[in-house]
Design a binder for this molecule. Sequence first.
Ligand code: DER
Length: 224
Amino acid sequence: AADDSKRAVGFAAVDRYVRSGMCVGLGTGTTAHWAIERAGERVAAGDALTAVATSHATEALCRERGIPLVPFAGREIDVAIDGADEVAGDWSLTKGGGGALFREKAVALAARTFVVIVTPEKLVKRLGAFRTPVEVVPFAVEYVERAIASAFGAQVVRRGGDPPFLTDNGNAILDCAFGAIGDPAALDGELRGIHGVVATGLFSNDLTDAVLVAEPDGVRELTR
Ligand code: DER
């Protein structure tokens, strides 16, 4: 059932926002998986699509499905489609549960349109119940961990066991419990001011152009 919902919302995003000839930013995770599946079907049916992948995992699936890949710097991205860990009432997002937040944010920023696809449990009033992923250069990970803990009183956990998780960029991830986040864009800025922080999973609300939710009776597109 969960897979059916993710499939429905992934397919809907591609069919509503992707036209032949477009370059599509393809996200990472179990919901974005279905947008990639549908893009593959559209290519197989003859649509001229190219894709910018947000992770090695997504690159591999695109290759399996015959979706032509172009580099991020390659060309304009018409639409990016991706999942999220939380969608707040103002459409700010927590992303990075899958560790792809840096490239996902790069693609979302570069895309003309950014479409978020979720199942209903991702909708929250405010961000913060889900720990905020922060990507950090390994050399500075202990320094950043201390800086976040002392500056925000946040409980900070380095992702992964031994050896710790590393992103496709070779960086570490700190999962930080900030509690309810009133101003995600401001917190993102403060965190990125700490030397060693590469990116955070806080996506400001002005990035999100559409939110598609897989409801039991079909896919609902939120209106702001
Ligand atoms: O890592 C990410 O940002 C993913 O989009 C993640 O947050 C959502 O993954 P899911 O669709 O598997 O829940």
